[in-house]
Design a protein around this ligand. Structure first.
Ligand code: HEM
Length: 577
């Protein structure tokens, strides 16, 4: 979500929580990555914005942490290693749990791996949120085991109760088991087919070129929040590629930078508000257990009122889009709405919604509007903001590193000679430095910082640590990507780490911005292509200068996804190149 979490004023390079003692020195197992190096300093990450949290949830979890202590010191007698973690009933366990609320789980995980090593475990005897215990994993070798060597045991994403509360376990993100597998099968193909991706690439280039036209046609350099503009741009791109629906956001960008913004409550503004409010509230009540959520709902607490309103806005907008497409398909098939699914079945599917509208189950029954809305909403939710914040972070990071910008612009100039980049350019490896830059952005600023799984059965990790049945295994792209045990100078923006011998030496599971395993991001290829084309096109034609913040590292924060400063976002001056 954009601009939802305030950034602290503290220096970027200092640990934020100064009341915490320095991490205890402890023997740290070697990270399991090829090329991974053991570094001595327990470097805390940069100061990031604290994730606002529901006070009830904070109190409840802190109490759990206090009552239960945390670490499960299980000696199984079968060769499994004791998993480190805070001692039960200790002040340390209370401080560790509080860290999650003050710094966010992503940053807490980085600190846990500095303190306890790449695997730690907090017990959860009263099964808060249905977990036997919480295991925090931060080594490529153990993550490879969970995602690739024994994925069946970790096939289910652990979802906090708030997701179940909102989605009723429907939709791509909120569902599990057969429902999820079926809907992944239905929704995946448009985002994997080379033919459709090429077509979608044209949409991206068309829309980003319109934005570049707007930018270069201004009478002089102007300041804008690049994060808002990329969010508008991607709303158009996702709307067009997934549902052939034009949200008209590129016109809104033109009005905005041309000083003709309408402060009115337009449908688009409401939708943007709803998307942002949804993510913000989810972040605030992320681990609140169901009984507390029901209570909060019953007494009409602000968060749940906002959530209901946001879902209502998104739902009516999506149902409108679905109705529009049903009519269109029915007209194309020369029949009325009732025959739309069957009648249009022979038509070539142009986008995700087409495919879903034509899909039927084993009994030939098409999806209902409600099922469609859930999937469509999840693709919007998962694809829109993530791509937007990644593109904004990329433009910022490139512009804050003039040597990177010069090399990138030179590559674009020599390979493309002034023409726009295409799907084939970014797929074929013709723009290796662009690819490395985008990878480096996704390393430092992964749009989704955590991907948790729940263990179906007990298991032993390659590092020798035991996972118990029902444990929730948290893997964090943020913590993994910023771990000094895994990366050299992790906070340095250094695209060269993905090139040549250095790139070849990377462990396959040390860079995972799209997660991994059976619940991996469905839109990874589409997202990487979109961000690359957006960045290439904007950088070819415009020069960006950071105005706020002005640091090399973006003080990014997370609710459930990456976001920037509440007031300024990523404010940059834009001028023609
Ligand atoms: C830079 C942009 C993006 C990033 C960083 C990103 C990252 C992620 C991550 C980390 C997950 C969780 C994976 C896991 O649990 O292993 C995820 C899930 C998902 N993503 Fe993306 N994503 C991006 C863009 C997109 C786009 C453009 C789409 C679709 C058009 C999309 C669709 C999905 C869906 C549907 C899921 C849920 C899959 C499931 O639960 O089975 N994402 N994404």
């Amino acid at each position: 979500m954009l601009a939802t979490t305030p950034s602290p004023a503290s220096s970027l390079w200092q640990p934020t929580c100064r009341c915490l003692p320095a991490p205890a020195v402890r023997p740290r197992p070697q990270a399991n990555g090829r090329g991974a190096k053991l570094r001595g300093s327990a470097a805390a990450g940069p100061a990031e914005g604290a994730t606002a949290s529901c006070p009830f949830a904070a109190a409840s979890a802190a109490l759990q942490g206090w009552q239960q202590g945390a670490a499960q010191q299980q000696e199984e007698g079968d060769g499994a290693m004791q998993t480190p973690g805070p001692s039960p009933f200790s002040l340390q366990s209370l401080m560790d749990v509080s860290l999650i609320f003050t710094e966010g789980l992503h940053e807490a995980m980085l600190r846990f791996s500095a303190r306890y090593g790449p695997v730690s475990r907090f017990a959860n005897p009263s099964a808060l949120n249905g977990a036997a215990g919480w295991v925090f994993l931060n080594s490529p070798g153990d993550i490879a085991h969970v995602c690739a060597a024994n994925p069946k045991n970790y096939a289910e994403r652990f979802l906090p109760d708030i997701y179940k509360f909102v989605t009723h376990e429907k939709g791509l993100l909120g569902s599990g088991g057969d429902y999820n597998r079926r809907h992944r099968r239905l929704c995946g193909p448009p985002f994997r087919s080379g033919e459709l991706l090429r077509k979608f690439g044209e949409v991206v280039v068309d829309r980003v070129s319109r934005v570049a036209d707007t930018f270069v046609s201004q009478p002089g350099p102007f300041a804008t929040n690049v994060a808002v503009q990329t969010q508008r741009l991607t709303l158009d791109v996702v709307g067009l590629t997934a549902f052939s629906h034009d949200f008209g956001e590129c016109q809104a960008i033109a009005r905005d930078v041309g000083g003709r913004a309408q402060p009115s409550e337009s449908d688009q503004d409401r939708l943007l508000w709803a998307v942002n409010a949804f993510g913000q509230v989810l972040g605030e009540v992320f681990i609140t257990p169901m009984p507390l959520l029901r209570l909060m709902d019953a007494v009409g607490l602000r968060q749940l009122r906002t959530l209901r309103e946001a879902v209502g806005v998104m739902r009516s907008s999506m149902l409108g889009v679905i109705a529009e497409r049903r009519q269109h398909l029915a007209a194309a098939a020369g029949s009325d709405g009732a025959g739309a699914a069957g009648g249009a079945a022979e038509a070539e599917a142009a986008d995700l919604l087409d495919m879903l509208l034509q899909a039927t189950d084993d009994n030939g029954v098409p999806m209902t509007d409600e099922e469609l809305w859930e999937d469509v909403h999840d693709v919007m939710g998962a694809g829109h903001e993530t791509t937007a914040t990644t593109a904004a972070a990329a433009i910022y990071a490139i512009s804050a590193h003039p040597e990177v910008e010069a090399r990138l612009v030179q590559e674009l100039e020599s390979v493309l000679g002034g023409r726009p980049a295409t799907y084939d350019d970014v797929q074929s490896g013709r723009l290796p430095y662009l690819e490395a830059v985008i990878k480096e952005v996704l390393r430092l600023y992964p749009a989704i910082p955590i991907f948790p799984r729940q263990a179906a059965e007990a298991d032993t990790l390659p590092s020798g640590h035991r996972i118990l049945k029902g444990d929730v295994v948290f893997m964090s792209t943020y913590a993994l990507h910023r771990s000094p045990d895994v990366w050299e100078e992790p906070l340095r923006f250094d695209p060269d780490r993905f090139l040549g011998e250095r790139g070849a030496a990377l462990h396959r599971f040390q860079w995972l911005p799209f997660g991994s395993g059976p619940r991996m991001c469905l839109g990874a290829a589409f997202a990487q292509m979109s961000v690359s084309l957006m960045v290439a096109t904007l950088l070819q034609r415009c020069r960006f200068t950071p105005l706020h913040p002005t640091t090399q590292l973006i003080p990014a924060a997370y609710d459930i996804t990456l976001n920037f400063d509440r007031t300024n976002g990523l404010r940059m001056e834009v001028a023609p190149r």
